[in-house]
Design a protein around this ligand. Structure first.
Ligand SMILES: Nc1ncnc2c1ncn2[C@@H]1O[C@H](COP(=O)(O)OP(=O)(O)O)[C@@H](O)[C@H]1O
Ligand SMILES: [Mg+2]
Length: 248
């Protein structure tokens, strides 16, 4: 495939953090992601970055659910704070790698828990200015609770609305794996995906929800992939790496 011109890259929270350790960043993986994104951007490609929550957002939500069973509107406050801490580190590492990231927290651009309620105008503005807009999975207070916006859904929605030619989900595994642990070159239906036991936790549906978001976006975005974080640049250069997702 051709190299990507306008890409939305979702950096998986489980790839950027150690999911079993509270608020612990995997600096090696974060820097590896940043250097690849910087090389891609250096080649002229445009970029929006969305990252996940890993042991920041997900762990915070799980802890609250364990202690009182459900989220109320006020819980958004502590979840937002946790996600902001991660986002600031992500933005710093992207900046150190030579990008010009601008951070747009979903709780400031989305009205509710559905990604359709997010206004992308500031993201589009920054793209036009040659910057790298960054957003992430977040918590939005709503009547009677706190909604969780999935970074996967958000990335897919941004890619469709901005008419990106590429949507790449970078994860810790080398792609979507079959029951023997081999990378599946193509996924065209959710029925193909077998979830194997993972030690982490994921309040937004893990690999299945990711494939679902990817499948939906693939009806509009030409190149949709789920790849190992180390193969991110190769995917952005049009390489046939990881798992291509294409609804047929
Ligand atoms: N069949 C599968 N293929 C790939 N990954 C899987 C599969 N089943 C479970 N997983 C786990 O799902 C993870 C990706 O989902 P998730 O934990 O939500 O990642 P992220 O937080 O990075 O978005 C993989 O890193 C892997 O640990
Ligand atoms: Mg996830």
């Amino acid at each position: 495939m051709e190299a990507c011109k306008l890409s939305v890259v979702k950096l998986g929270g489980a790839a950027l953090t150690f999911k079993s350790r509270r608020e612990t960043i995997d600096w090696g993986n974060l820097r590896l992601a940043a250097s690849q994104l910087s090389q891609y951007r250096g080649g002229g490609g445009l970029l929006v970055v969305v990252h996940g929550g890993g042991s920041f957002g997900h762990k915070t939500v799980v802890d609250i659910l364990k202690s009182k069973g459900s989220l109320d509107p006020g819980d958004s406050s502590v979840i937002q704070e946790s996600m902001l801490r991660l986002a600031l580190e992500v933005v710093k590492v992207l900046k150190d790698a030579g990008l010009k990231p601008t951070l747009h927290p979903p709780h400031s651009i989305c009205w509710g828990g559905s990604v359709g309620s997010c206004s992308l105008t500031v993201i589009e503005r920054d793209l036009k200015l040659g910057l790298t807009p960054v957003t992430y999975g977040d918590s939005i207070p709503e009547e009677g609770g706190s909604a969780i916006i999935s970074g996967d859904d958000l990335a897919a929605d941004i890619a469709v609305k901005l008419k990106a030619d590429c949507l790449v989900f970078a994860i810790r595994a080398p792609g979507v794996l079959d029951s023997e642990g081999r990378v599946m070159p193509l996924v065209f239906s959710l029925n193909q995906v077998k979830v194997f036991e993972s030690r982490g936790f994921d309040v937004t549906g893990g690999i299945r929800r990711k494939v679902e978001s990817a499948l939906r976006a693939s009806e509009f975005v030409g190149n949709v992939r789920i790849v190992g974080l180390e193969s991110l640049l190769e995917a952005l250069l049009g390489g046939d790496v990881g798992t291509r997702v294409k609804r047929i």
